[in-house]
Design a protein around this ligand. Structure first.
Ligand code: HEC
Length: 152
């Protein structure tokens, strides 16, 4: 019993201490001239789907949930955001070259269809991102049209 209490005590101490490790949750400013939904004049309905389902990880407009304040959950969330932005950041879409835009559109189509995106763990806590099949079809259609017409 004594060891259990000791372990518990030190676990609490560590938990308390890791709360002081800073996590950078400041969003970079967004320039509408290069931001995907603004620059592409995405219809509002589609734009809201993309913003609600993708922008938390793939833009500089991340809205962090309350539990993102607590380490080590905050580390995991921030690492998903960092990784998501590294792969695809809709806020800087206009700065991407043609090849990258094409690749991101076709990968978005694939991942939305296969339900790899939005990340399955995320949609459990984010109702807006839990896209219906009809909403997925809308997004896929929108990205496909953009690819076909080369209007990216
Ligand atoms: C909770 C965070 C999160 C959300 C929400 C999210 N993604 Fe992702 N996305 C990631 C992460 C992390 C990666 C990189 C690791 C991976 O491929 O699984 C990624 C990778 C991708 C890639 C692959 C890029 C590449 O280089 O292969 C595409 C495309 C993508 N996401 C599109 C989307 C779209 C479209 C949405 C919205 C419908 C979305 N994602 C929502 C976190 C997210």
């Amino acid at each position: 019993m004594k060891t259990v209490k000791k372990i518990l005590f030190w676990a609490l101490v560590v938990f308390a201490l890791i709360q002081f490790i800073p996590v950078d949750k400041v969003n970079q400013p967004v320039n509408p001239a290069v931001n995907f939904v603004d620059a592409k004049k995405t219809p509002e309905k589609i734009g809201n789907l993309i913003k609600g389902a993708c922008y938390d990880c793939h833009s500089n407009e991340t809205v962090y949930p309350k539990y993102a304040q607590i380490a080590p959950v905050s580390w995991s969330i921030k690492s998903h955001v960092n990784e998501g932005r590294e792969h695809l950041n809709f806020s800087v879409w206009g700065n991407y070259n043609k090849e990258l835009k094409e690749s991101m559109l076709s990968k978005s189509i694939q991942t939305v269809q296969s339900k790899a995106m939005p990340m399955p763990g995320y949609i459990v806590y984010h109702k807006k991102a839990n896209l219906t099949d009809a909403e997925r079809a809308l997004l896929v259609h929108y990205f496909e049209e953009m690819l076909k017409s080369k209007s990216y």
